[in-house]
Design a binder for this molecule. Structure first.
Ligand code: F6P
Length: 545
């Protein structure tokens, strides 16, 4: 579908609008009272994840209308087209096949007449061999020292996934290896990440799909200089640098032998690439077996999304709920609160996944989207978040649907902490849903003057995602859950979730401004008066003029 009817013109959308009006201020206390079995019914399970979506502002009718909307928008057909490798990224004329990255060896998936599965497994096998050699000390630095530090240099999808996965799976990682992640072009990022490292024991993984990204190439050149100068030999690059990219020519030009390059393909979007060779640092940390378990978790969720009816399909339900709040309640943002400190970078990872995918203002037909598309995604781990911004979620004036993610068994041996952690997660979901009334406060003896300040209205919706334990496999399922959730939203809104044209303009302008900051002579500035004045002040204060 490229043009065709806009989502707002569909019958299901119109029916949802009426349904929303009819629902008015009805809320969760009423829904649970009228339907006591709701907590057991509004749940779904798949790929090791359990989703309780009963504490959402929905009834059975809402759900069937939302599923009707998905069907009217052709979600199943679009999903199948993605899995088949059709070029659904229309603005870049590319297939969208991150699902192929985790397909089993026996699968066959054709792109432009070529089965890509053997290529994917060939790269995985090379990654396995390389990781084993680094981990068991057969891959040595150029002075013969064993590698103790791995520094991933990359940004966006070439950074957020690897860092998030490393932190999430740290309990499974090789503790004798240090991992650092350098992304920002701010020199402080590189300096701080490397200041206590011995170059002779350090391996750099330069991760960039294009191998042209300014931040990554600047940091990679700095790293090369840091190693070559410290070790006093040009041949140090071969032992201390490997590349992950789709661009052989640029990798060679940088000076990395393509024998030390791990490839992927243009049909893997940057923000969908943590399970491609971009995951090399993850594999170095947790080992090939755990990495393959993670891929198996991704694949399990792919299969769930591909084969389950929409009514019990986790990513579809979550995507539709996002549409419900975004388009029928005017919710602008949504919170991601993992009750697992190892998932502390998961919200940041999801920010790119969701906001770069669905932050679009034109539809697939190039028409202005006269309806709201992707929400703002943010979040922090619970319980920290409770002591920071939950106040606004409980009693503020904005509706913020939240996903709370928790696990039944801890990774830490400090077992007794875990019940406290999870008690907080369940309690927050309960408090957000049902709040506290003036009558309840009075019955508890709360002084009258405090009552209005202490009342919590409730009706703050949450999804609760529960899994047994945060294993590599479960992490894979969880990431794939959100990938397909984002896909579902994009299909409803009829947008291309796989391009990112909006990030180009700023890059081009930065390229123009750079010489104006670095030149010895005060440049003739042709920007607006604000930008001209800022550049002038910057040059004066840094002592250029
Ligand atoms: O600027 C955005 C972006 O293109 C992301 O989509 C991507 O993940 C990131 O930059 C990094 O790109 P690359 O992997 O090519 O360096």
């Amino acid at each position: 579908m490229t043009d065709g009817p806009r989502p707002t013109e569909t019958q299901a959308w119109q029916a949802l609008k009426i349904h929303r009006e009819e629902m008015g201020g009805a809320g969760l206390r009423q829904f649970f009272a009228e339907d006591p079995g709701r907590g057991e019914r509004f749940c779904a399970e798949g790929a090791g994840l359990f989703l309780d979506y009963s504490k959402n502002l929905i009834t059975g009718k809402t759900l069937s209308l939302l599923v009707g909307l998905a069907r009217e928008r052709g979600l199943e057909a679009r999903r199948d087209a993605m899995f088949r490798g059709e070029k659904i990224n229309v603005t870049e004329n590319r297939a969208v096949l991150h699902t192929a990255l985790r397909a089993p060896r026996s699968a066959s998936i054709m792109v432009d007449g070529r089965d890509v599965v053997p290529d994917i497994h060939a790269v995985l096998d090379r990654m396995t061999d390389f990781s084993d050699r680094v981990r068991d000390g057969r891959w040595l630095g150029c002075t013969g020292k064993r590698i103790k530090n791995v520094v991933n240099i990359g940004i966006g999808g070439s950074y957020l996934g690897p860092e998030m996965a490393y932190l999430a799976l740290r309990p499974f990682s090789r503790r004798t290896l240090n991992f650092r992640f350098v992304s920002n072009v701010d020199g402080a990022d590189f300096t701080e990440a490397t200041q206590d490292l011995d170059p002779a024991e350090t391996l750099f993984v330069i991760s960039s799909k294009t191998f042209t990204t300014l931040e990554t190439m600047t940091n990679a050149l700095t790293a090369r200089q840091w190693v070559v100068e410290a070790l006093g030999r040009k041949d140090a690059v071969a032992a201390h640098f490997v590349a992950v990219s789709t661009n052989d020519a640029k990798v060679r030009q940088f000076g990395i032998d393509t024998a030390n390059m791990f490839g992927f393909w243009d049909w893997v979007g940057g923000r969908y690439s943590m399970d491609s060779a971009i995951g090399l640092s993850t594999m170095l940390a947790v080992g090939p077996e755990n990495f393959r378990d993670m891929l198996a978790g991704f694949h399990d969720m792919d299969e769930h999304f591909r084969t389950s009816p929409l009514e019990s399909n986790l990513p579809a339900i979550m995507g539709l709920l996002t549409v419900w709040y975004n388009n029928f309640f005017g919710a602008q943002t949504m919170g991601i609160m993992p009750y697992a400190s190892c998932l502390k970078r998961f919200p940041a990872y999801l920010q790119q996944l969701q906001m770069e995918s669905n932050g679009k203002h034109v539809d697939l037909g190039g028409r202005f989207a006269d309806y709201q598309t992707g929400p703002i995604i943010w979040g922090e781990p619970g319980t920290d978040a409770q002591h920071s911004f939950y106040q606004l979620i409980h009693q503020g004036t904005k509706l913020i649907p939240c996903d709370l993610i928790g696990f039944c068994r801890p990774l830490s041996p400090l077992d007794h902490h875990h019940d406290l952690l999870m008690a907080n997660m369940f309690a927050q979901a309960e408090a957000l849903a049902f709040g506290k009334t003036a009558e309840e406060l009075a019955a508890e003896g709360s002084p009258d003057f405090q009552t209005p300040f202490r009342v919590c209205e409730g009706n703050r919706p949450t999804n609760v995602i529960l899994a047994e334990r945060l294993t590599p496999k479960i992490l894979g399922s969880l990431v794939a859950l959100y990938e397909h959730n984002v896909f579902t939203q994009g299909v409803i809104w009829n947008i291309d979730s796989f391009d990112q044209w909006g990030v180009e303009l700023g890059k081009v302008l930065a390229g123009r401004i750079t010489p104006e900051l670095t030149g010895a002579q005060a440049p003739k500035l042709g920007h607006d008066s604000s930008t001209n004045a800022l550049i002038g002040r910057y040059r004066r204060l840094k002592g250029s003029d």
